[in-house]
Design a protein around this ligand. Structure first.
Ligand SMILES: Nc1ncnc2c1ncn2[C@@H]1O[C@@H]2COP(=O)(O)O[C@H]2[C@H]1O
Length: 401
């Protein structure tokens, strides 16, 4: 992945007519003039400004650049990745694909037949509908996400998980956070969903995995015993992405970590094809990587998952802990999940634990693990490394235990 954000000085050439096409660009600031040589004449086709795309023709059909692009004044551009765009086009509706490709062919033939002195005035080219603006915003966010991965500005935080039976923090869940200077926090739901639309989700997953393996390795090297486990969230879609599982296994083996140090939490927001997921899970498990089913009891995280796939941990959605005392039904459901989990040899982790009363009740129900604000919020790697992330809160959680 090259530079996602490109700054050009006035007069700098972005590319020349005839150059190979690798990506398109969104103009963020400044202006770009497009011109081509026809015989001895230089024809200026247009000068494009903020919010406009350039280079989309070559990106779409791989033909060489139809014109030379030169910055007029200091200009900032965002790269639109060729592979990601094509993945979207290929996974899109075949009717939309046909229309886009037909428009592309037609545009090329119109451009080829324009009189030599024809200049497209900028106002004729811009018609930003609401849909188009939403598309540009997505392009921007995606480009910045690629930039964040390249420049390591995604933040991984660690939320402690409390082992109720042993009375200590025994592990963490890694949670990825993304802060943009001009936008504030971008919710993981938004950027993970965006990344999942293309294979960009693979480098996001690898990024988090690498940070987690760094923390585990540092803890091990510092002689921390017992070594806490750290869980990484992956969607089943991510897990079956070609090469993902072998990458996970290879990286974990390279780190020489004991079995169980790295866990994977499967989050699911849609229906699954179980066979490939089961195969990948079996492969990881053989290499000492256990699995947790996340958000159990909501959305698509259902009994069929437990029937078809083998999980070592079931994470009960926080809604159940929250309503345990005001709803006997919620309490009965947690109870039933614990009984079921024991029946299939899995441990239960209840999320969203906020009070000592909840913790006490979960202990009485035989729940093994708790996670939530009572135990601790997500904290930086430095607190995990210093032991701080578990210690004080652990004392608090066990105070009434
Ligand atoms: N006549 C034109 N008016 C506006 N933009 C153009 C014109 N001709 C080419 N372009 C843009 O200039 C880009 C040059 O590289 P591409 O051929 O990849 O994609 C082209 C379009 O984005």
């Amino acid at each position: 992945m090259g530079n996602v954000i490109r700054e050009l000085f006035s007069g700098e050439v972005l590319y020349r007519q005839g150059d190979p096409s690798d990506c398109a660009w969104l103009i963020e600031r400044g202006a770009v003039e497009l011109h081509s040589e026809q015989g001895r004449r230089t024809i200026v086709h247009a000068t494009l400004g903020p919010g406009e795309l350039i280079g989309e023709l070559g990106m779409l059909d791989g033909q060489p650049r139809s014109a030379t692009a030169t910055a007029r004044g200091p200009t900032q551009l965002l790269a639109i990745d060729h592979d990601q765009f094509l993945e979207r086009l290929e996974s899109g509706d075949s009717i939309v694909r046909t229309l886009v490709l037909s428009l592309l062919r037609r545009t090329r033939s119109i451009l080829a037949s324009l009189p030599a002195d024809h200049v497209v005035p900028p106002e004729d080219m811009v018609s930003e509908s609401r849909d188009e603006r939403a598309g540009l915003d997505k392009i921007r966010l995606e480009a910045r996400l690629r930039d964040a991965i390249d420049n390591h500005t995604l933040d991984v935080r660690y939320q402690p998980i409390y082992d109720i039976a042993e009375g200590r923090v025994s592990g963490y869940e890694a949670l990825v956070r993304w802060q943009l200077p001009d936008r504030g926090a971008v919710s993981p739901a938004e950027f993970i969903k965006l990344a999942e639309e293309t294979s960009l989700i693979v480098p996001v997953g690898e990024y988090v995995l690498d940070r987690v393996l760094e923390v585990l390795t540092a803890l091990r090297d510092a002689g921390t015993t017992p070594l806490p486990s750290i869980a990484v969230n992956l969607s089943a879609r991510q897990l079956v992405e070609p090469g993902m599982a072998s990458q996970i296994v290879a990286r974990t083996q390279r780190a020489h970590l004991p079995p169980g140090a790295l866990k994977l939490e499967i989050t699911e927001s849609r229906m699954l094809d179980y066979t490939p997921v089961a195969a990948v899970m079996a492969h990881c498990r053989e290499h000492g990587i256990p699995f947790a089913l996340d958000d159990f009891g909501t959305g698509y995280s259902n009994l069929t998952h437990l029937h078809k796939l083998d999980f070592e941990f079931i994470k009960v959605d926080q809604a159940f802990a929250r309503h345990m005392f005001d709803s006997p039904r919620a309490m009965a459901i947690v109870n039933a999940i614990v009984a079921m989990a024991h029946g299939i040899g899995a441990y239960v982790v209840v999320e969203g634990v906020e009070t000592h009363d909840q913790l006490q009740r979960l202990r009485a129900l035989g729940v093994r693990y708790a996670q939530g604000y009572l135990i601790g919020q997500a904290q930086p790697a430095s607190s995990v490394l210093s032991g701080e992330a578990g210690r004080g809160l652990q004392a608090r959680a066990s105070a009434t235990g």
